[in-house]
Design a protein around this ligand. Structure first.
Ligand SMILES: [Mg+2]
Length: 269
């Protein structure tokens, strides 16, 4: 790890993971709003990123506003939104079957993409899988039908779990895993972190390049890994999911973050 006072030297754009960095569930992390304002006053371009696809960007903007963090919908990227942008760009005529939550369907529809379900699932060109807190056997069965009929398999992300007040809950990885288990297929594309797709999209929105961009996140396997793959400066905060053991393991694997701080309030430079 380098001298922490240098963490933001030469950086003009910041990609901020949200859960574990700005808040933990519904609890704001102390000083997070002030830190965001400080970055702004230093002239840094900001983009807020989450792997969660279950909620819309509007919902995140409202959540951040409640926590005193000023933002706009345009500066938020969820993996659901990123998936919609990706498909719109690569397969504008796609017929999509969604095994995922309302927020994901909303983002895909808003991008002008066509969703298919019921009797039409076998005509789907893509199956998009994301976190679905109302998953049922029939939904997995429809996803399987579309995959067996040859649809491309797109995952919003592969997060095994996410934190909640009740402890860890199954994430999008559990939904992708159910489809993988019955179809024998791996996702053809993964959009969310650690895949660089969502990071590259964020950089193109901000018109920035890897050399002047940093990612601040609380998970080594997603945030830091995504940043590393995309060539960004990586900043880990210990206010979220990362344990000392995770950090030790990353160090041993030669995948240490560039900088480590207790929380976002300490990230300066
Ligand atoms: Mg996080």
């Amino acid at each position: 790890m380098r001298d922490t006072s240098m963490a933001l030297k030469g950086i003009s754009a910041l990609l901020l993971d949200m859960d574990g960095v700005l808040y933990s569930g519904d609890r704001t992390i102390d000083g997070a709003a002030d830190a965001v304002e400080r970055f702004r006053s230093e002239g840094k371009k900001l983009l807020f990123i989450t792997n969660n696809s279950a909620s819309t960007r509007e919902k995140y903007a409202r959540k951040l506003a409640r926590m005193g963090i000023r933002t706009s919908v345009r500066s938020i990227i969820t993996s659901g939104y990123a998936t919609a942008v990706y498909l719109k760009e690569h397969s504008p005529g796609a017929r999509i079957h969604v095994v995922g939550g309302k927020g994901l369907k909303f983002e895909l529809r808003r991008a002008g993409l066509t969703l298919v379900s019921g009797e039409e699932v076998e005509t789907a060109t893509h199956v998009v899988a994301g976190l679905d807190q109302k998953i049922k056997y029939d939904k997995i069965a429809d996803g399987l039908r579309a995959l067996l009929a040859g649809a491309e398999f797109v995952a919003t992300n592969l997060d095994p779990t996410y934190p909640s007040e009740k402890g860890l809950l199954p994430g999008a990885g559990a939904i992708v895993g159910a489809l993988r288990g019955c179809s024998g297929r791996e996702p053809d594309v993964v959009i969310g972190k650690p895949s660089p797709h969502i990071i590259n999209m964020a950089m193109s929105f901000l018109r920035t390049n890897p050399g002047e961009t940093a990612i601040i996140g609380d998970r080594i396997d997603t945030d830091i890994e995504a940043g590393r793959r995309a060539g960004l400066r990586t900043i880990l905060v210990l206010s979220g999911a990362c344990t000392e053991e995770d950090l030790r393991r990353a160090k041993n694997a030669g995948a240490s973050p560039d900088f480590v701080f207790e929380s976002i309030t300490e990230v300066t430079g």
